[in-house]
Design a protein around this ligand. Sequence first.
Ligand code: SAM
Length: 212
Amino acid sequence: MNMTEERKRPTDRASWEQRYIDGELPWDSGKPDLNLSRVLEDHGIRPSGKALEIGCGTGTNSIYLAERGFEVTAMDLSSTAIAKAEAKAAAGCKCRFLVGDFLVNDLQGAPFKLAYDRGCLHVFDDAKERERFASRIADLLDPEGMWHSLIGSTDGPPRNAGPPRRSAMEIISAVEPHFEILELRSTNFDQGPHSQARAWALVARRRIFYPA
Ligand SMILES: C[S@@+](CC[C@H](N)C(=O)[O-])C[C@H]1O[C@@H](n2cnc3c(N)ncnc32)[C@H](O)[C@@H]1O
């Protein structure tokens, strides 16, 4: 990604908010991500209990998880995104949408059985913030809770737009201290204008620390 594109990428609350106000949302396909249903199936994650989505945007995948049977808490930095998510959720939908910064703000409702993010971990350029993101998720999960993340990949041809790119090593450094990595699979963002962009599907289980 060249420097012009780098500057265009939203990195703070105001820029994310502006993207949602302007409707500049290439990641927002309006359809549940197929990687999510595949992961639930492959890892035998039964659709019941509490799930958390971080960086939920306009809530498509949160609503999908609630329709499958989870009781969902979903957070996003952008109040405009959360207002759109609330408007999309049908009456009776078991989704609680919250505006907040996941790295900073308290989040009620733990422990969760499942954490999910589609393109939120990968927005953090700073390795310490990625590690904090993973550590916060671990703290909010059941002892053997699971996390599925979809992350832009450094693989694939050069491109001047699209999701941020993270290497497998960057992901492992952030995640492995807190999680047992069950899967790190090369895939694609399945929908939208950047559907050809390579992605990583991470599936990880919170670590149990045994006494020495
Ligand atoms: C690439 S978008 C993906 C949105 C949604 N998951 C989707 O697939 O449509 C990343 C989202 O993460 C949110 N975000 C970025 N930093 C965040 C933070 N620190 N806490 C909570 N949400 C954050 C942004 O507002 C944005 O909605």
